[in-house]
Design a protein around this ligand. Sequence first.
Ligand SMILES: [Zn+2]
Length: 133
Amino acid sequence: MSRRSNYILRRLFNRRRRRPISTADGIGFIYIIRERVLSNGCWILKIGMTNSLDRRLKEHRRDCPNPNRRLWRFKGVGFRRRVEALFHLKVESISVDRPRTSCPFCHRRHQELFMLTPHQISNKLLPLFARLS
Ligand SMILES: [Zn+2]
């Protein structure tokens, strides 16, 4: 279990929100990939950002042969780096876990994965999606 406590996540969120926007930041995509659905109904989601979604998805396909991915994308997000960092902390705070186990398809430990129950997805993640789009 590598999910951090809500107290720590709230502190990190507030600190990150106060940080000035980096000059490397800019408009781009935030994407959410459903990597797999567990037998208990939980979803494993990957959340990332990029300024070139085609390139990033090609990299994902090259690095890991998972055939079951499903993608949601939000384009034209201003300050994608800042939004991604804050979104990671928010999603972690509503999740069951931030798994660090090795992937069944490529045997690596992917970063930025989150495990959510169907209830957390419909009641907490969907409202966050709505704020992104
Ligand atoms: Zn993999």
